[in-house]
Every structure is written in structure tokens, then in C-alpha cells.
Design a binder for this molecule. Structure first.
Ligand code: PMT
Length: 408
């Protein structure tokens, strides 16, 4: 899935403190710059034991700030840099730096600068598990959280000290996702989303199935957009090559019956359901073969039976939920979508013509019409799927503002 970014033109100060993960900050710098951010780097003295300033100077084409008393043309550097920043990222953040930030200690450039910062701050801890779970560090992180600092969840795995556990610097892709969240309005905070994506596969022997061309890109894009705006997202996906989005509860299923079970189990606690999955309407009738059917072994006929219509079932069950369906059409887009909105009791339907180039299955883009239950139609231009996701979510937000759902 193509990554939309809010980082273009944003001024980011990356603070690197002294841990083995300091080298990963070079990759982070590259990713920030790839998404169009202007990056300036601050390093503590111990960070320079792990990576040289030259690495960051070369990547950013900017002088790296190392010292409180570094010469600048008549300006107070820590104040000027704090004024310049739209966003500050501390990665890796050692226990020492986290402690100094919590206590307001200002004894080197990084800590002095942090006191002057008024821009949003993301702290990405990296340290040994015992250090991470030490009450002093936990308290310091809680203090920072209460001040509005965002803390990225450290990764779990083998640590530099050869122990296993939590404490690795979060993956660059996860840190980037945290940053994208910070740059998006948090207008869906507290809203619980159940989103479905991709195709289902209906097997008639262990290697052959009935399926369609859905890749999952559309449903994953809606899930990422909802999470970036503060939503709590559960994504139920059929087979897809798309990686699990950061911060999203992921449920992988195969068949329509699996998807139905997963959706129904979670339906009651969610406020919004968006069904972008292309669910197979049919499945091979039982009994299925438990081994690969050989040529000539049986009459080459597959008898089909109907799968349940999951969305129609949700339409019958719904109490407070906002229900959004998709309609994949090749002819009579509007008429077919209108009839689905009624038969499945939806609040919105997102209609796409899957025969149009650049739209529907597998593409990075989609051209959709969003129709509400009163029949109002909005025709959107061709756009990236994540932007389509944001358009859907903005309409859901307005629906919620009209007084429905979300109280607890
Ligand atoms: O995954 P991509 O490659 O990005 O492609 C995106 C997409 C084309 C799959 C997506 O944009 C889309 O149109 N998804 C809906 C596909 C579909 O199944 O449409 P439909 O018109 O057959 O079904 C209407 C609605 O009922 C859908 O929300 C579907 O999830 C739901 N449904 C359908 C059948 C069924 N048995 N149960 C259902 O819940």
C-alpha cells in the first residue's frame, strides 16, 4: 500500500542519545527525508561513541548539533532550534535522557533544548528490559506521558545485552507511523472500528480455491487512516500480502465463514464497521477433498452453495453502529449500490467501478462515489486509497457528530 505522508515540509529535530540503537537513527533520518521532512540532528556525547556526526551530516546536509556552546551566527542555538521545530523525535532515548526530561535537568545541549521545546515530542526508548521496567524509568515515562509527550512502544526481541525481552528501539516503520499519527487530527479518538479487507478463499481441495482479485489495499488503507486519526482499529483480513499495520489489532482469516465468525464476535463492541472485503458469495459444497484432486479422477464439476451475506446480517443486528459497505460493480454502479444500501441497511456505501483502470482491485488508487442512506451521492475524483479512506472517515465523523454512538 502506498504511504501517504503529512511530513512534507515539516521541520523535524531528531535527538540521538547514546545506545547501540543509535545506528538505526540513520535509517530513521533517511525515511524522514524521503517523506519530505527537513531534518536537523542533535547528538549527545555518548551517542557519538556509537555513530559519528558525519553520518548524520552527510544524510541531512546540515551541521549536527553536539554542544551547548557550538558557535552560531549570533543566535542562542537551543532556543532557535526549539523555535524552528515542528516536531521533535528522541530516538533512541536512553534511561538517562528520559530521566533528565522528566526532571527538567538541563546539563547538556539535548536536555537544555528539550526544556525550550513547545512542539510535539515523540520519545522512542531503547534499553535493557530490566532498566525499562525499573520503577524509576516507568515513573519518568509516565510523567512525560502526562505532559503530552508521546512514547513509542519499544520492540520485543533479542537485545544488545543478549537478553530477550522488551527494550529494542521500535522499528523505523513503527516510529514513522507514530509520527504520522502525531501529524493527523485526532478526531476519531475513542471510536472503535471494525474494518474488513481483502478477498476470501473457498477451498475445494487443499490447493485449489474459489476467490477474487482483491489485494487488501483498500481495507488496509482505511484501517491505517482510522488509526492515524486516533481510532482503535480491529482489521479482519482475508489472505493478503499487505503487512500488519502498526497499532492495529490484526485478525487474519481465510474463508467467508471464518470472516463471518470473526466479525460477529466483535461487532457489539464497535462503533463503526467498514466492510471493504470482497467476500465470496459462493463456496464449494461439502464434502471437500482432503487431497489434491487428480486429473480424470472425478467429474470436473464443482457444486456451489451460498455463503452468508455478512453485511446484511450486521444490518439486521445493528443497534448503535455506523455501517459502511462497499459495492464493487462493473455495470449500473449507482443503481446497484443504492439497492445494496437498502437491502443491507447501511448508513453509507462506497461504490467503485472495478472495471475502470486505476480503480478497484489491486491498484494504489480508487475512484468512488459515497452514497448515504437518504440517497445523497458524492462523486470523488481518482485518489490514493488512503485518501479515499480519509474521505470515508470524515463522513463517519460527521455521522457520529449528529449524535449517534460513542459514549463508552
Ligand atoms: O482489496 P483491493 O485490491 O484494494 O480492492 C478493493 C475492492 C475493489 C475489493 C474494494 O474497493 C471493494 O469494492 N470491496 C467490496 C467488494 C464486494 O464484495 O462488493 P459486493 O458488491 O460484492 O458486496 C457488497 C458489500 O457486502 C461489501 O461491503 C462486502 O464486504 C459485503 N459482503 C458481500 C458478500 C458477502 N457474502 N458478505 C458481505 O459482507
Amino acid at each position: 500500500m502506498k504511504t501517504e505522508t503529512k511530513l512534507r515540509g515539516k521541520k523535524v529535530v531528531l535527538c540521538v542519545s547514546g545506545g547501540i540503537a543509535a545506528y538505526k537513527s540513520a535509517f530513521l533520518t533517511r525515511e524522514l527525508m524521503k517523506r519530505g521532512a527537513l531534518v536537523k540532528v542533535v547528538m549527545t556525547r555518548s551517542a557519538q561513541e556509537f555513530v559519528t556526526p558525519l553520518t548524520f551530516r552527510t544524510l541531512t546536509e546540515e551541521e549536527v548539533v553536539l554542544d551547548t556552546f557550538q558557535e552560531t551566527a549570533g543566535e542562542i542555538l537551543h532556543i532557535a532550534l526549539a523555535r524552528w521545530a515542528d516536531l521533535v523525535v528522541v530516538a533512541p532515548a536512553t534511561a538517562n535522557v528520559i530521566g533528565k526530561m522528566a526532571l527538567g535537568i538541563a546539563d547538556d545541549f539535548l536536555s537544555t533544548f528539550m526544556l525550550a521545546v513547545r512542539a510535539p515530542i515523540l520519545v522512542c526508548p531503547a534499553m535493557n528490559t530490566n532498566m525499562l521496567t525499573h520503577p524509576a524509568v516507568e515513573n519518568n515515562m509516565e510523567t512525560l506521558r502526562q505532559r503530552g509527550v508521546r512514547i513509542s512502544a519499544p520492540g520485543v526481541g533479542k537485545l544488545a545485552c543478549k537478553e530477550e525481552g522488551a527494550g529494542r528501539l521500535a522499528d523505523v516503520s513503527d516510529i514513522m507511523e507514530e509520527i504520522e499519527c502525531m501529524l493527523n487530527p485526532q478526531d476519531l479518538k475513542g471510536v472503535r472500528f471494525l474494518i474488513t479487507a481483502s478477498r476470501t478463499e473457498e477451498y475445494f481441495d487443499p490447493v485449489r480455491c474459489l476467490t477474487n482479485r482483491s489485494s487488501g489495499k483498500m481495507g488496509f488503507a482505511v484501517a491505517v487512516a482510522a488509526r492515524r486519526r486516533g481510532g482503535e482499529v480491529c482489521l479482519i483480513s482475508g489472505p493478503s500480502d499487505e503487512p500488519d499495520p502498526a497499532g492495529v489489532e490484526m485478525v487474519r482469516v481465510v474463508s467467508a465463514l471464518d470472516m463471518r465468525e470473526a466479525v460477529l464476535n466483535r461487532f457489539a463492541v464497535n462503533h463503526v464497521v467498514i466492510k471493504a472485503a470482497a467476500v465470496s458469495d459462493f463456496r464449494p459444497a461439502l464434502p471437500q477433498s482432503d487431497r489434491k484432486i487428480k486429473r480424470g479422477e472425478a467429474e470436473p464439476l464443482i457444486r456451489l452453495e451460498m455463503n452468508p451475506d455478512i453485511l446484511a446480517e450486521l444490518g439486521r443486528l445493528k443497534t448503535h453502529q455506523c455501517l459502511v459497505g462497499f459495492a464493487a460493480e462493473t455495470t449500473d454502479l449507482l443503481e446497484n449500490a443504492m439497492s445494496k444500501i437498502r437491502s443491507k441497511q447501511l448508513d453509507f456505501i462506497v461504490a467503485n467501478d472495478v472495471s475502470e483502470k486505476g480503480s478497484g482491485f489491486r491498484s494504489e488508487t480508487n475512484r468512488v462515489k459515497i452514497i448515504d442512506r437518504d440517497g445523497a451521492v458524492e462523486t470523488l475524483p481518482m485518489m490514493d486509497k488512503i485518501e479515499v479512506g480519509h474521505e470515508i472517515l470524515s463522513r463517519v465523523r460527521r455521522w457520529l457528530d449528529l449524535g449517534k454512538a460513542v459514549s463508552g
